[in-house]
Design a protein around this ligand. Structure first.
Ligand code: BES
Ligand code: MN
Ligand code: ZN
Length: 502
């Protein structure tokens, strides 16, 4: 699909379509007023007959309005004008696309750019529109023998703007929106892959293929079990012990123009399946533990975006691939592991495996002398209890980094919330036999998991994103969401000083 922007588009063809907003109580938007005028009150007369009230999501597709060149005009309800917010804006776009996707038109002129949203400008409205349209049209059908018959016939969307300045903003928003959407799509595709196909090796092939596509800016190297042994990454190795699939860490290095500064390091939890190990999980929804690699998939997507947008940054992305399975080599409850930085850990539950993998990677990345480190992990069910499926949990040893991330999450509408990581929680990890235990027996599980990681991040600025509740949807619409790729790429755009005002 093509996206473009035009100032007060006037060159319409008959096969075109227009997307027009109508507010609650049949209040006309500016463009609706214009069309109403040139059609001698056609639109308002139809509305008065009760065809559309203007509530959010109501639609009415009109054909051949008198004196209007485009044959098709979609009226979409936008609710009360003063109540329009980000959530409703996205809902309106989704409904619009689902209504239009099978209806042929040459060009579709998008006038929802004229809707007024508090603190959001044209750039934001266009970028979120591009991202939401791509999201609405996403389907994972690689492994279905029958693809859905109906393919989208929307060919081109033209965003209508009013001034030259807005035209530039819209063009930038389209560019950013397309790059970010392609990263989100890549993350979703990788996340949705089943665990018999997507193992640590499969992740590493994706990492290598990134390097091939973006030579010489991206290079990739792999650390397998042999190297991990030499490095002393015993906690990481213990988790993968019970699996036939080799543990494999993929290190992706992106060096943009002027990217000579200290690197920004992103670490993604890449448990391609988490059975729980000997502390085995209950069968309900266990299939969803294929999504325990969504952190790694999001790092992959972000690296792709950085390369596509040619960000002037130095970024290292790590996919920490591993599988938590059960055989006679599995690690056990009671085992005491020596981590790469020398701290010993008593395993009280083999299902708290993510932190054991990530802690060794956190020590490993010290060698890069990072500017900052962010780990992204489907780490705890407790985070889902705390924040539901709406917010990513954010914990950090640095308030400035935490607020930068929150700001990026608000800009990108990919929201996160800070959880407190205070000393009381640290004490909950005391062990009778080792330096620390891998779980706390008391409440606050999302925080104690972060506290565990914080014991390995004392040499640098660090933040932890717990995406257990946000990385995928369950139930009927089961599927990866691609979160928190939007938030992280916004964070990188801001870090690169690239203007993407909202
Ligand atoms: N990958 C899971 C966390 C998870 C569970 C994410 C359900 C999304 C939905 C993680 O490895 C895990 O099993 N965590 C345990 C920790 C517990 C044993 C302290 C959990 O949250 O139950
Ligand atoms: Mn687990
Ligand atoms: Zn896990």
């Amino acid at each position: 699909m093509k996206f473009s922007a035009e100032i007060n588009s006037l060159e319409y063809q008959s096969r075109d379509c227009m997307i027009i907003g109508i507010f609650a109580s049949r209040k006309l938007s500016p463009i609706a007023k214009k069309l109403d005028k040139i059609s001698n009150g056609y639109i308002s007369s139809i509305l008065l007959r009760g065809a559309l009230e203007g509530n959010v999501g109501q639609t009415l597709l009109l054909y051949k309005i008198p004196n209007v060149i485009p044959e098709q005009v979609l009226l979409i309800g936008c609710g009360k004008e003063a109540e329009l917010d980000e959530r409703l804006y996205k809902q309106i776009i989704k409904k619009t696309i689902n209504t239009l996707k099978y209806i042929g038109s040459t060009k579709t002129f998008y006038f929802l750019t004229e809707l007024h949203l508090k603190k959001r400008n044209t750039y934001w409205k266009v970028r979120i529109a591009v991202e939401t349209i791509k999201e609405t049209l996403y389907a994972f059908e690689q492994l279905k023998s029958k693809k859905s018959k109906l393919i989208c016939v929307l060919h081109e969307i033209v965003f209508n703007v009013l001034t030259n300045h807005e035209l530039n903003d819209a063009a930038l928003a389209i560019k950013h929106g397309l790059a970010i959407s392609s990263g989100i799509t890549a993350t979703k595709d990788l996340s949705n892959m089943p665990p018999n196909i997507c193992n640590a090796k499969y992740l590493s092939l994706h990492a290598k293929q990134l390097a091939d596509s973006f030579k010489p800016k991206i290079s990739t190297f792999l650390i397998g079990e042999k190297e991990m042994k030499e490095l002393g990454m015993s906690a990481y190795l213990a988790v993968g012990n019970g699996s036939q699939n080799e543990s494999l860490m993929s290190v992706i290095h992106y060096k943009g123009e002027g990217g000579t500064a200290k690197p920004i390091v992103l670490i993604g939890k890449g448990l391609t399946f988490d059975s729980g190990g000997i502390s085995i999980k209950t069968p309900e929804n266990m299939d969803e533990m294929k999504y325990d690699m969504c952190g790694a998939a999001s790092v992959y997507g972000v690296m792709l975006i950085a390369a596509k947008l040619k960000l002037p940054l130095n970024i290292i992305g790590i996919l920490a691939g591993c599988e938590n399975m059960i055989n006679e080599n599995s690690y056990r409850p009671g085992d005491i592991l020596t981590t790469m930085n020398g701290q010993t850990v008593e395993v009280l539950n083999t299902d708290a495996e993510g932190r054991l993998v990530i802690c060794d990677v956190l020590t490993y990345v010290e060698r890069f002398e990072p500017e900052l480190v962010i780990d992204i992990a489907t780490l705890t069910g407790a985070c889902v209890v705390a924040l539901g499926h709406h917010f990513t949990g954010l914990m950090s040893n640095n308030n400035l980094l935490a607020s930068e991330l929150i700001y990026a999450s608000e800009q990108s509408n990919d929201r996160a919330w800070i959880l407190p990581m205070t000393v009381e929680f640290q004490d909950q990890l005391d062990s009778n036999f080792a330096d620390i235990a891998n779980i706390s027996k008391k409440p606050g599980g999302a925080i104690t998991a972060a506290c565990f990681l914080s014991k390995f991040t004392q040499k640098y600025v660090w933040a932890h994103l717990d995406i257990a509740g946000t990385a995928w949807s369950t139930g009927e619409s089961k599927g990866a969401t691609g979160r928190p790729v939007a938030m992280l790429s916004q964070f990188l755009l801001n870090r690169a000083g690239i203007k993407s005002d909202h």
